[in-house]
Structure formats: structure tokens, C-alpha cells
Design a protein around this ligand. Structure first.
Ligand code: IVH
Length: 719
């Protein structure tokens, strides 16, 4: 029996290695997509808690199946990819993240862990600072000679985006630091954020201008800082708190709180709720005090950060993978509010899923107004959990009910519970539709043949005839990592679809020609000028040539995310090759089938979905029409063949700061180089980081080519 796509409820130790690999890959693709939405589009589509759950599961899979922990794994990377639109700045000191804890006991464990690491007795004095964890986005400001010279976002932790011009428009960020003790070079790190009041005003302006609203202050801050046009940033009253540092030429203090005092004297804003604590009890006391004050602060915070005060100790404690051992983010539980459920609407997704959305009487949660929340799925509304168990004591959710919702810096708030005592006599039980609200087709819950369990999601069976699915597919087709057609946003697709202008992918590429012949020309539409139409046509023309992996991803084949699309593109090289193989693979005994399922990273579930896709006559027709309009760029030959290090033997020595050892090795091998552990006459290149010793000496003796990490990146033209 081939492994099936497992549900994320199956305990990891019940999975076979194959099943784990498939789920790990699927989760990886999903997490990458959420990362992209979060970091590149500032428009996340899942809550923080859901995201955390995905990551947790991903890590659990790796713990159980260590072979999944490759250098490509997400667990080996920090933060996001750097967006293409800004210049890049390499952080001289990486920007890392913080370990999280929720329960008070975790704070105790954190302190104990530190004592153990330092081999200190339980009563040896140990001080910490405690300060609010600001829910914004981190920024690194570089001052040279006291002047602000650059500002960079965190990016992937190693390389961030150059947002210097935008940072200069932020009132809390001084262009010049005050005082005589300002170090010659000083990188100040802190958080850019928006106050609740300013966030509400920005959204009001967005609404008046007919633009999309920001989900929360953090997204609005990110969207404002990452503007190509600084005048837009300037019009948004961003604020900044400093709380850490990167590269510093001479340290002006030897404690965390001392550094904050210096920062304050230099003219930077430091959070006034920063305290020095000398016991766990004091730390927790401050945590609870801040939590009590949370709603009155006027800006979003999502926890309290504790840091070891003594900088020498910080140094000794160092880092564990992505975060310092000397710090902990003690997160707050989600903020809750009570309101009335006024209605339930169904959104139909790209794959036909019927997603229930709660329409709520608007309510303020932690300073932000919420009027929609997710209800997950049919069973959730009924009071049934993912494994058929009762949730909320089996109480269903009815229209008219008073409900408890939460928001944890979340994008999509959730309906958590019903206040049963407040249920009005006329509260209406909700009947989940069994037909699709968009096309009227049957909506069914499929049964998983392996587990015999009903899928939690009810799906429309309308396929091609369902306008909602068609629209969602088109939105996917034009989205950023697919065809990336600028000016074809979600709203535009909805309009064009309604008007019958674009209903299938191929229609996009005939739009201009049809427009020229049409009486109802685009230029005559309300809110459209000649320029809008011209820009849109230009954007479409620019995509008549498309990279193979993007095309494959754009097709929206179930289970084929960006990663699988890339693997397929790399394997097949041309679209025709993929198409022929996929069609031939309909016969499970064929060579083509064997080829498809043997591609590394393409599991049986993905392979099956590909075969199914190419079996469909209507997909064939769509592809023929589409390929008549666009040119598919063949996949680049694997980098190895033409890389400057192909065939060379490389030795990495010393401590690498911008990549892990495994990453370095994987990168070199990907580029066709061999990686050796020791230096000999056969070595071609030695990449030496700080602290390199005998290997470096030997390389010098042999007259080998030696370079540092930057030199290596320059040589290989990083990524
Ligand atoms: S210290 C090496 N302090 O939280 C760690 N971070 O989850 C340096 N954040 O990327 C960070 N408030 O964006 C620190 N008071 C605070 C913070 C804070 C918010 C953010 C920061 C960081 C993220 C880590």
C-alpha cells in the first residue's frame, strides 16, 4: 500500500518514514508560503498560533525522523527571504529570534537552565532585565560617527532589506545621536510599531481610498516601512523602541540595563516599562504587571522579554541554533473578547473547500476592532473536534449566540466558545450547506480510504463550473510566485470574472487583443484610465515568457506547491517532457509512472495529483490554449555545470557566521564542488572564518586560494 497523505493529527511516531517525508515536505511548502505572505506581502493568512502549530509539527517530524533535517530544512533557517524590491544589507552581526515560553514554570526552567550552564549555585545572584515584547517588526539602524547611515529589516537574519530612506522618516529614529560617549560605530536594534490610534486612522484612510485594510497594527507597520516610496512611509506615524544592538565598536556599558540607559542618553526611545529583576518572583511580578496594563499601553505587545543583565554572561551563554540562551520571550495568552454572532457566511476556496466565517458584532480586542472570525469547519460549529471528540462539551454554535473570540496578534481571530447562559430563545442552529453557495453543486465530505474517516472539510464538487473556484484559481495563477502579474489583484480578478472578461488563465493573454475589438473597452470602465489599461497590458506582456517552475506552480495542481514545482521543473527541464510523462504515468505499471514517483521530494500523493490533473480533458484544453499564448523558459541547467567552483575541492574552516557548516557543505556540493575535511595539495579553495587555525596555516604554506565567507559568496554569487 503506498503511503497516503496523513492528517496532522496522526501522532508522529505512528508514521512510516515515507509518510513522514511526505508530510514534512507538504508542511515545509505550507510554512514557506505563510512566511512569504507574512514577510513579503505583509498579508498573512493564518494566525500566529496556527503558524506555530505547523512549525511545531514540522519540528516534531524531524525529531522523530532525523534524516528529514537537511540543510534545506526550515529549522535551519531564521526568518524570511529578502524581498526583491529593496537593496540588500548584510548584517554584520546576525539578527536572531527569541525562544518562547508561555507558562510561569517555563521562566523558572529558563533561569535554572542558565545556572546549570554556568555551573552556578541556586543562590548565586543573577540579574535579568524584563521589558515588553513589542509586536512590530525589527529594524537594525547603523550609526557611524553618531550619524544614521543605514537601516535594514531583519530579512532572513543574515541579509535584510535596505529601508534607510524610510527609516529616516520615523520620528523616534534620530538622524544623529547625542552625547560624547556615542561609539564610533553602533548598530541599534529595536522594533518599529504603530499605536492603536494611528493604526485605526491609517485603516480609515485606506477604506476611504477603497484600498485593502491592514489586518493589525503589525502588518500596517510592516506595510508602511516596506514602501518603495518614502513619502508614503512618512505619512504613516511609525514609532520605534530600541532594545538591542549589533555591531558596536566600543561598548559603552557592560550590562543590558546600562546599555539601555546609554541608548536613552543618545536620544533613542527605550521602553519605559524596562525593569531590572533579581529573582524569578520579581520577573513574574513584572510580567503580570505589564499584562494588567496591556490594554492601556496604546500599542500591541505580545509578551515580556527577559534578558540576562550582565553582558559578559550573555557572551558566555551564547546561542542555541536560532536564539540566544540568555533571553526568553514570555508570551501572553491570546486576548479574548465577548460579542454576538450575527451570521455565518461561507467562503469557497480554490480547491472547493467551504470555509465558514463568523460575522460578528464589531468588538475591540486588545485595541483592535474585530468583525470577522473563523469557525474552522462544519464539525467545529457542531461542537465536534478533529478526532470526532466533543469540544465545548458538545455545544453547537448558533446565530444570535454570544461568543468568545480571541486574537493573539492574530490575523484571523477565532470563535472559541459560546456563552450558553446568554443564548437567546430564538438563536438559530446553523445548517451547514450541502450545496456550494457559489455554483449550487453538491458539496461533500470525502472519506479517507485509509482511515475510513470523513474529511473535516466539505468541498464543492462543481470543479470547473464553480465560479468561486475558478476565481480563486485565477487569483492563484496571477499571484506573486506564479505568473506575478502586477495590477491583477484579487479585486480585479473578481471584476473581470464577473464581466466575463477573464474566466480561464488563457483569457488573460488575449485580453488586450479582445479589448481592441471590443466596444466595452477597459479604458471606459469606471475608475480606469488609459494608463491603467496600458500598465496592465504591459504587465501581462512581460509575463508572456515564464519560468517552467512558475508555470507548474501556477496551474494550482493539488499538493504541488512551490517546492514540488521547482523539483519537477528541474527534473523534466521542459513542460512537454513533464506533460508527456504525466500522461503516460496514468498507467501505474508504466516506466513513466516509475520515473515520476522516483523524483526525490515528489511523494506518491503529489505524483497521483499530477497524474489526475493531466488526465482531465479540460486541463488539456486549457494548457493547449495557454501554451499558444506563452513561452515557457526551459529550466536553467543545474548550477553545478557552469559554477565557478564546479569540480573544485573546498575546505571550510574556522567559525562560519553566515551559514551553518551543513549549509556551507550543501551549497558547495550543489555548485558541483567537493567538500573535504582537511587541507592538502588536492585542495583548491579554503574558506576561513574567524578562529581558523592549523588548516589556514597549512593553506598558506601550500599557497592555496584562501577567502573569507564574503569572498566565498562573491565567488559563487550567493543563491
Ligand atoms: S531582543 C537576539 N527585545 O521579537 C534577540 N526582541 O522573537 C534580540 N522583539 O526579532 C531581540 N520586542 O523583533 C528583543 N524587547 C524586545 C523585543 C524583541 C520585540 C521582537 C524582535 C525579535 C523578535 C524575536
Amino acid at each position: 500500500m503506498p503511503p497516503r497523505s496523513t492528517s496532522s493529527e496522526t501522532p508522529v511516531d505512528h508514521l512510516t518514514p515515507d509518510e513522514a517525508r511526505i508530510e514534512h515536505e507538504r508542511l515545509g511548502a505550507e510554512i514557506r508560503e505563510h512566511d512569504r505572505r507574512y514577510y513579503e506581502e505583509d498579508a498573512p493568512s493564518v494566525s500566529d498560533a496556527e503558524y506555530d502549530a505547523l512549525r511545531k509539527r514540522y519540528e516534531a517530524l524531524e525529531d522523530q525522523f532525523p534524516e528529514l533535517k537537511t540543510p534545506e530544512s526550515l529549522t535551519q533557517k531564521v526568518g524570511s527571504k529578502v524581498s526583491e524590491k529593496f537593496g540588500k544589507i548584510r548584517h554584520r552581526v546576525p539578527m536572531l529570534s527569541l525562544a518562547n515560553g508561555f507558562a510561569d514554570e517555563e521562566v523558572e526552567e529558563f533561569v535554572e537552565r542558565i545556572r546549570r550552564f554556568l555551573q552556578w549555585k541556586a543562590d548565586a545572584p543573577l540579574a535579568f532585565t524584563a521589558e515588553p515584547k513589542i509586536d512590530g517588526l525589527s529594524l537594525s539602524l547603523r550609526y557611524e560617527g553618531g550619524r544614521l547611515v543605514s537601516a535594514a529589516t531583519r530579512g532572513d537574519g543574515a541579509v535584510g532589506e535596505d529601508v534607510t530612506n524610510n527609516a529616516r522618516t520615523v520620528g523616534d529614529i534620530p538622524h544623529r545621536l547625542k552625547g560624547s560617549s556615542v561609539p564610533e560605530t553602533l548598530e541599534v536594534r529595536g522594533e518599529v510599531y504603530l499605536s492603536h490610534e494611528d493604526f485605526a486612522a491609517i485603516n480609515a484612510r485606506q477604506e476611504a481610498a477603497g484600498k485593502a485594510l491592514f489586518a493589525n497594527p503589525r502588518n500596517a507597520a510592516a506595510g508602511s516601512l516596506r514602501q518603495l516610496d518614502s513619502s508614503i512611509t512618512a505619512s504613516r506615524p511609525l514609532r520605534f523602541f530600541a532594545y538591542a544592538w549589533g555591531d558596536v565598536s566600543e561598548m559603552p556599558a557592560d550590562t543590558q540595563h546600562g546599555m539601555m540607559e546609554c541608548f536613552r542618553s543618545f536620544g533613542l526611545k527605550v521602553n519605559p516599562l524596562t525593569r531590572r529583576c533579581t529573582s524569578v518572583a520579581e520577573m513574574l511580578e513584572h510580567y503580570h504587571a505589564i499584562e494588567t496594563d496591556r490594554a492601556n499601553l496604546g500599542y500591541d505587545i505580545d509578551g515580556v522579554v527577559y534578558k540576562v543583565d550582565d553582558l559578559n554572561l550573555q557572551q558566555r551563554l551564547g546561542f542555541v541554533s536560532r536564539s540566544p540562551r540568555w533571553a526568553l520571550a514570555h508570551k501572553f495568552p491570546a486576548q479574548k473578547a465577548v460579542t454576538v454572532l450575527e451570521g455565518i457566511e461561507i467562503n469557497v476556496g480554490r480547491t472547493g473547500s467551504l470555509n465558514p466565517i463568523a460575522r460578528l458584532k464589531p468588538v475591540t480586542v486588545g485595541g483592535v476592532v474585530v468583525s470577522n472570525a473563523t469557525l474552522h469547519n462544519e464539525d467545529y460549529i457542531k461542537g465536534i473536534g478533529g478526532n470526532g471528540e466533543k469540544i465545548r462539551n458538545g455545544v453547537d454554535i448558533r446565530i444570535g449566540d454570544t461568543v468568545i473570540i480571541n486574537r493573539a496578534g492574530d490575523v484571523i481571530p477565532k470563535v472559541l466558545d459560546v456563552v450558553l447562559e446568554k443564548r437567546p430563545a430564538d438563536a438559530k442552529p446553523y445548517e451547514f450547506p450541502t450545496t456550494c453557495p457559489a455554483c449550487g453543486s453538491h458539496a461533500v465530505r470525502e472519506v479517507n480510504p485509509r482511515t475510513g474517516k470523513e474529511d473535516a472539510v466539505r468541498r464543492c464538487t462543481g470543479g470547473l463550473i464553480c465560479p468561486a473556484q475558478a476565481r480563486e484559481r485565477l487569483k492563484h495563477f496571477v499571484s506573486r510566485n506564479a505568473f506575478d502579474i502586477e495590477g491583477m489583484g484579487e479585486q480585479r480578478i473578481d471584476e473581470f470574472y464577473e464581466e466575463g472578461l477573464v474566466q480561464r488563465p488563457q483569457d488573460i493573454f488575449t485580453l488586450q487583443a479582445r479589448n481592441a475589438r471590443s466596444l466595452k473597452r477597459l479604458e471606459n470602465r469606471e475608475g480606469w484610465g488609459e494608463t491603467s489599461a496600458r500598465n496592465l497590458f504591459a504587465a501581462i506582456e512581460a509575463r508572456r515568457s515564464i519560468a517552467l517552475n512558475r508555470l507548474i506552480f501556477a496551474l494550482g495542481i493539488p499538493h504541488v506547491g512551490e517546492t514540488s514545482a521547482r523539483l519537477l521543473a528541474r527534473h523534466f527541464g521542459t513542460f512537454e517532457h513533464l506533460r508527456e510523462t504525466a500522461k503516460a504515468a496514468a498507467d501505474p505499471a508504466s516506466e513513466a509512472h516509475a520515473e515520476l514517483t522516483a523524483i526525490g521530494g515528489i511523494g506518491p500523493v503529489v505524483a497521483e495529483a499530477i497524474v489526475e490533473f493531466f488526465k482531465e480533458q479540460h486541463n488539456e484544453e486549457m494548457l493547449d490554449a495557454l501554451l499558444a499564448e506563452v513561452t515557457v523558459e526551459a529550466m536553467e541547467a543545474p548550477a553545478a555545470a557552469n559554477s565557478p567552483v564546479a569540480g573544485k575541492t573546498v575546505v571550510f574552516t574556522g567559525s562560519l557566521e553566515q551559514m551553518t557548516r551543513e549549509e556551507a557543505k550543501a551549497m558547495a556540493e550543489r555548485l558541483g564542488a567537493k567538500v573535504a575535511g582537511s587541507v592538502s595539495k588536492k585542495t583548491d579553495i579554503v574558506v576561513a572564518g574567524p578562529g581558523a587555525g592549523s588548516k589556514l596555516a597549512k593553506a598558506a604554506e601550500l599557497g592555496l586560494q584562501v577567502m573569507d565567507e564574503d569572498g566565498w559568496f562573491a565567488l559563487v554569487g550567493r543563491k
